[in-house]
Write a protein that binds this ligand. Structure first.
Ligand code: ZN
Length: 1030
């Protein structure tokens, strides 16, 4: 049976394919097959020059003569510049590096003795002579290069440090109670805990090393970096050289790679070295006598220790770490856009770190899967498990097998091998891919995953060219592309029968609440327009139940009925379930209200996230067996136990939507938009996903919305284009640098049209024997995605506090390992962050203070369960904006500008009361209006004459015919279009009650629920790291 016969003719991707007529542009999932081929796959008609570099290396073969570049060397000059290169950044983030020396108001007392700006050059001197031009070049092209160029000894990184380094982090613990929420066990030892209450250690015992400023030579004298204890409120100061993120131009000095912060928290040098003559001039407020021991400053800080004996001149007034001097997410995003947003990302080279998810870029598939399908925490993984354990960097891939692509990129080609089906390795069952090695003149191939030698079937035989490559390699997607599809044979179908097209079933709650709110009428109206063949039943339903007084609902039997219907029809499909209340009626799956906020912060808190009965899991398993995916739309007025109700959607690959206190007037647009989008989603049904790896690593853990009945197969009743499956890998053997590590994700599924297909994604990663290479090729956004999922699953079984502690510890270990192995050995007193991970602390803090891990008073138990469930299948772009929202000023940019205004950091102090801002995180959207916004602006946007007349909580802006109104509404539409769920707008006025809600999303600030500010957390992290190093 050749399903392919019904497919439209092969779209042109260049020349006709004489050799291989069997594949065509995918028309998968309702995507129009005609859109894609306009972007020809260049390599198809013959190798393009760059493609020679593709390293499809089998484990045991020699590198091809075409010269696969080991590691990142080859592409360094062009491809890898991103992280290390700092273009002239937008200043949004703060002033340029000179500003770093400015004292904040509070720091006045440090005054004259403190390091004047003029000292800065001196500070840098110890680094030695200005770098050679080669070094500068290297700085420009990014640190990743340095690792590849020379397996860098730890200290060699010095020459390549992007100018991000910086900033001494003197602690700002205005209130040492801040970290009260951290576990006792983490309290720093006395000697290190400056600024903590009860610590009487005299300063002189703890001059930390500002090693970043000591001469690189290990024998050099050490700076008494911080003679002062890290004081709460100490100002930042540092001799540091440049702003972390403002790297408009590399400083002449060679800095250690990574962001450095001279911190108060260094390992403490011998006691009596508070002052080292000769270095004092280099010290700013954090160093030397001026800044040093701060005698008696206890008084201004009730909680601060008194450091009596030090020679410091005066009591310290409260100081702050300068927020402009610590790594800024905005700047990093901006830099990546500038550096990597202009060129397509070509996947021909192994182990390349893709541009950030916040950068717009096109992808050209030349042998590895696009980052839209797979993103990794690191693209260079340690060769041994010992190294991996030392670094503690999780090795994980966030995989979105059915990701939607921009119109400019081609959907995967579909390959039809007819009745013989796709060619696979006999032993490990991996699918044919560009990394397989053909040998013996093309008669056999060696599997790149397990090394097994396989015969090439006669019909697949082809000659090899002089490099050992099949001459038809570029005519076959499976030999030249990272991603493609195979048509599946009947052997891949349930009961050895080709599937019927999947069905959609809508199941509507018609209880009192659903009728009363108008939901049922609205929904039935909408379904009529969604479904061309409208059953007249939809007209009748609202009338039939108009007078219902039924308030008790059931849930499990409803799903059961839908699933039975699919079973009877012998097809897979999706149930759309619309539900309003806790199912308390007498029936299977009956629930009781067990919401209890008193459990928060107790060992029983985890029960709030667990289902209250096993009936839902049992039902979910049956659904998965039938290929029945369940999407749940909730309209609760009170607790409905989302933790339990979401079990079935979660295990069947479905989605949950929640509209609390639903009112047709206010929420209809959001609900209908979500529903329309959900109904039209591309979905793969009755799917199984398997991730194969080359020898040395294997997939050990999985996160996402799916079910697993064994340890390797991810079963998905449904999988849509927004959902990811995250896979963690562990070593089971030694890897080697030459062959790298390979991943192959194979998804077997039934398309919306009922075609059984296999989608294959391949990705080759580098392997390293130097930890520095690992740290140069990490992707923090993906790391955070993984860590959030890990933590959000952890709360099911462990106390939330323990989960938070685990995250903090892991982050500290990651950074401490870098510090120990990859940074300058003499820089013990500084916080040094790897360039690729300099945002790890700020992002991790956002995860730690998120609603699941540290709920505010206004967050309900259902909200937490809902968010927990959502994050589980989010992709990297979604977690990025979810944890660190985008804040866009509205009146700063020219009115005629059609591009999005540049974002600013999510902190209240960035807000001007004369401006308005949009804030979005993928789920929420706020318009914050400053109290001093010009009257004309208020009029133009809200059609009222003054700020006081603006309706707080407004969710729709009036449609007015003026440029500002059009611009803002257009921007809102554009933000909504970028997200997978409709974001309802909430207008918040400065100083209004609702502002509390808005401030919850200003994630760099201390949160009401006790979450640390970015600055405080960074100091805390520094302390943790120092403890690990000491
Ligand atoms: Zn194999």
């Amino acid at each position: 049976m050749n399903v392919n016969q019904s497919v439209p003719p092969v779209p042109s991707f260049g020349q006709p394919q004489p050799v291989y007529p069997g594949y065509h542009q995918s028309s998968y999932g309702g995507q129009s097959g005609s859109t894609a081929p306009t972007i020809p796959y260049g390599a198809y008609n013959g190798p393009v020059p760059g493609y020679q570099q593709t390293p499809p290396q089998g484990m045991s073969r020699a590198p091809p003569s075409s010269g696969a570049p080991p590691a990142s060397t080859a592409q360094a000059p062009c491809g890898q510049a991103a992280y290390g290169q700092f273009g002239q950044g937008d200043v949004q983030n703060g002033p340029s590096s000179t500003v770093q020396m400015q004292r904040l108001p509070g720091s006045q007392p440090f005054g004259s003795p403190l390091a004047p700006v003029g000292n800065q050059p001196a500070v840098l001197q110890p680094y030695g002579p200005p770098p050679t031009s080669a070094q500068v070049t290297a700085q420009l092209s990014g640190m990743q290069i340095s690792g590849a160029v020379a397996p860098a000894p730890p200290s060699s990184g010095l020459g390549y440090g992007p100018p991000t380094s910086l900033a001494s982090a003197s602690g700002s613990f205005p209130n040492s109670g801040l970290y009260g929420s951290y576990p006792q066990g983490q309290a720093p030892p006395l000697s290190q805990a400056q600024g903590h209450p009860g610590i009487q250690t005299p300063q002189r015992s703890a001059p930390s090393q500002a090693s970043g400023f000591t001469p690189p030579a290990s024998g050099g004298p050490r700076l008494p970096s911080i003679t002062g204890p890290l004081l709460p409120g100490q100002s930042f100061g540092g001799p540091s050289v440049s702003q972390p993120n403002h790297v408009s131009s590399p400083p002449p000095q060679a800095l250690p790679p990574g962001t450095q912060m001279t911190g108060p928290l260094g390992p403490l040098p011998p006691m009596h070295s508070p002052q080292q003559p000769g270095y004092q001039p280099q010290q700013n407020g954090s160093f030397g006598p001026t800044r040093g021991p701060q005698p008696n400053y206890g008084s201004p800080y009730p909680a601060a220790p008194t450091f009596g004996s030090q020679s410091g001149p005066q009591p310290l007034p409260p100081k702050r770490l300068d927020p402009d001097a610590i790594p800024s997410p905005i700047q990093v995003i901006e830099d990546d856009r500038n550096n990597r947003g202009t060129e397509p990302f070509v996947t021909g080279v192994r182990g390349q770190v893709p541009p950030l998810v916040t950068t717009n870029f096109l992808v050209k598939d030349q042998g590895n899967a696009s980052p839209r399908y797979i993103r990794c925490t690191s693209y260079n993984i340690p060769c041994t498990s010992d190294m991996a354990k030392q670094a503690q960097v999780p090795l994980a891939a966030v995989i979105k097998p059915l990701a939607r692509l921009p119109p400019e990129e081609a959907s995967p080609y579909v390959v039809d091998h007819g009745e013989s089906g796709p060619l696979r390795c006999n032993r490990c069952k991996a699918y044919m891919c560009p990394f397989m090695q053909f040998i013996e003149g093309g008669r056999r191939f060696q599997c790149c995953f397990c090394s097994c030698i396989n015969d090439v079937p006669p019909q697949y035989f082809q000659h090899l060219d002089h490099t050992g490559k099949r001459v038809d390699a570029y005519d076959r997607p499976e030999l030249s592309l990272g991603s493609y599809e195979f048509l599946a044979t009947v052997d891949y179908c349930k009961n050895s029968k080709f599937p019927s097209p999947p069905a959609f079933i809508f199941m509507i709650d018609v209880s009192y609440n659903a009728i009363r709110t108008g939901l049922v009428r609205l929904l039935c109206e909408e379904l009529k327009s969604l479904l061309d063949f409208l059953p007249s039943l939809l007209d009748q339903i609202p009338e039939m139940f108009a007078d219902t007084r039924e308030t008790e609902t059931v849930f499990v039997p409803v799903i059961q009925a839908g699933m039975e219907a699919l079973k009877a029809a012998e097809c897979a499909g999706k149930l759309f379930l619309f539900h309003t209340s806790l199912p308390i009626a007498e029936a299977p799956g009956k629930l009781k209200n067990r919401d209890d906020r008193k459990l928060i912060n107790t060992d029983k808190e985890k029960t709030l996230f667990q289902p209250q009965t096993g009936a839902y899991q049992t039902l979910a398993k049956e659904c998965v067996a039938q290929g029945c995916c369940v999407d749940l739309f909730l309209f609760p007025n009170q607790y409905v136990d989302v933790a339990t109700l979401s079990v079935v959607p979660q295990l069947t690959g479905g989605s949950v939507y929640k509209y609390a206190c639903f009112q047709v007037e206010n929420d209809q647009e959001r609900f209908l938009s979500d529903l329309r989008r959900d109904v039209q989603k591309v979905v793969g049904f009755d799917a199984v996903m398997r991730v194969r790896t080359s020898t040395g690593i294997r997939a050990v853990d999985f996160f996402g919305a799916f079910y697993m009945s064994n340890t390797t197969d991810v079963e998905l009743a449904g999988l849509d284009g927004d959902k990811t499956v995250t896979v963690e890998f562990k070593h089971d053997d030694r890897l080697n640098e030459e062959s790298g590590a390979l991943l192959q994700c194979a998804l077997l599924y039934t398309s919306c049209a009922g075609q059984r297909r296999l989608r294959i994604h391949n990705l080759a990663l580098n392997c390293c024997t130097q930890l520095a290479d690992l740290y140069r090729n990490c992707e923090t956004d993906t790391l955070i995605n993984y860590m959030a999922k890990f933590a959000y699953r952890g709360v099911l079984n462990s106390p939330v506090k323990a989960v938070r502690d685990t995250l903090i510890t892991q982050c500290a270990q990651i950074l401490a390992c870098y510090r120990k192995n990859c940074a300058s050995p003499s820089s013990a007193g500084q916080l040094i962050l790897p360039e690729c991970m300099k945002l790890l602390p700020v992002y991790l803090n956002c995860v730690l203070k998120s609603d699941v891990l540290q709920p505010g008073a206004e967050i309900t138990t259902d909200d937490r369960a809902y968010v927990r469930q959502l994050v589980t299948s989010m992709d990297v772009a979604e977690t990025n904006v979810f944890f660190y929202p985008r804040l866009l000023p509205l009146t700063k940019s020219p009115i005629e500008s059609t591009t999005e205004p540049p974002a600013i950091r999510a902190s209240e102090e960035r807000l001007s009361n004369g401006d308005m801002y949009l804030l979005e995180n993928g789920l929420n959207l706020f318009l914050w209006v400053g109290a001093s916004v010009q009257q004309g602006v208020v009029q133009s946007l809200f059609s009222v004459s003054s700020f006081s007349q603006i309706t707080s909580g407004l969710s729709v802006l009036p449609v007015l015919d003026n440029p500002l109104s059009k611009k803002v509404r257009g921007l809102i539409d554009s933000l909504r279009a970028q997200r997978s769920r409709y974001m309802k707008l909430i207008v918040v006025k400065q100083e209004d009650k609702l502002e509390m809600l808005f401030k919850h999303f200003l994630v760099e600030d201390k949160s009401l629920s006790g979450g640390a500010s970015y600055v405080d957390f960074l100091c805390h992290m520094h302390k943790e790291i120092r403890q690990l190093l000491s």
